[in-house]
Ligand binder design. Structure first.
Ligand code: ASP
Length: 330
């Protein structure tokens, strides 16, 4: 009897010690009320819901936060509705150049790729860089070669290109947006360019992870790399602190080391997740006229999803397993 009681107590304390599993996703800060038809919004919500369920299933089964992040991002990359993988934004020359990154809070390890071509799921390639090379960031041909060595799935160039992104590129070209060094771009024009997907998660063991994947800004110069594959700018995770994935005008997120700055404010200035993220997006970046947003989760499962653009597709699911999906409100 005593032994049974002890086992029950141990089991109960193990369950109690579990962290509140939490998954947060974004589908980019470029959502515009005027452009988003009810049908398109419903379709995007359905994909986010599927991505949420895939990632959450991993967490529920006791899987790691990074595997949950990867599972969700694959759904978003495979969907032509979001600017990552299939449906990615096009360069000024009409080419798809993909960027992605992954960071694991438990080990502090990270992997990232930039300017890759034909790899169906760049987030899986970012994971390969992290696990199978001594590097953090690989680009172009070398990264494509690594994908082949690891037998990742490739698709033909046309598979990635959607009529919507072609049309977006034409509109972007007409705007004659700043070339080379990006300067603040007026709201309306910027929405036209933005996209990106991301995920952050807290698993049962209390480990945090973050991942981001994108085609970048529509009409970007070939070879341009944004914040998404830059650890500390577009993606960051640190156990005990937070996991962050950003979306928006990447040049500003790089110059302001946004993802890491969330963690730094929490660590060194004792800011809450909410304060740190709100200050960055709605104060610091806003004052610079930089548009975008981020998703973040802390070690206790608190969630923050601020954005200063018109809309940002985002979704989260906490320990109660209820899906929350929103576009124009946080
Ligand atoms: N941050 C991405 C980039 O600059 C774009 C986006 O999030 O919409 O490449």
């Amino acid at each position: 009897m005593k032994r049974l009681l002890l086992t029950c107590c141990l089991l109960a304390s193990a369950v109690l010690a579990q962290s509140p599993i939490t998954l947060v996703l974004h589908g980019g800060a470029g959502a515009e009320r005027k452009k988003l038809t009810p049908e398109k919004e419903a379709a995007c919500r359905a994909v986010l819901n599927e991505a949420l369920r895939k990632g959450y299933a991993v967490l529920k089964q006791g899987g790691s936060s990074e595997q949950a992040v990867i599972a969700s991002i694959i759904v978003l990359e495979d969907s032509p509705l979001f600017n990552a993988g299939r449906g990615a934004a096009l360069t000024r020359d009409g080419i798809v150049e993909l960027d992605a990154s992954l960071m694991v809070g438990q080990t502090g390890l990270a992997g990232a790729v930039a300017n890759v071509h034909g790899v169906r799921n760049p987030i899986l390639l970012a994971e390969k860089v992290m696990l199978h090379t001594p590097h953090v960031l690989m680009i172009g041909e070398g990264a494509d070669k690594l994908a082949k060595e690891h037998q990742l799935r490739f698709e033909a160039p046309e598979w990635f290109i959607t009529p919507e992104q072609k049309e977006r590129l034409e509109r972007a070209k007409k705007k004659d947006l700043p070339k080379g060094a990006y300067i603040p771009v007026p709201d309306r024009e910027l929405s036209l360019l933005m996209g990106t997907v991301g995920a952050v998660a807290l698993d049962q063991k209390g480990n945090l992870a973050a991942g981001t994947s994108t085609g970048g800004l529509a009409g970007k110069l070939p070879g341009r790399v944004g914040d998404s594959p830059i650890i500390g700018a577009g993606t960051y995770a640190e156990n005990g602190v937070c996991a962050v994935s950003c979306t928006g005008h990447g040049e500003f997120f790089i110059r302001n080391a946004v993802a890491y700055d969330v963690a730094a404010r929490m660590k060194y200035a004792n800011a809450t997740l909410k304060d740190a993220t709100q200050t960055l997006i709605n104060d610091k970046l806003k004052k610079l006229d930089a548009r975008g947003g981020l998703i973040a989760v802390d070690a206790k499962g608190n969630v923050s999803t601020p954005f200063n653009s018109e809309g940002m597709f985002h979704a989260h699911m906490g320990p109660d397993g209820v899906a929350h999906i929103a576009v124009f409100e946080e």
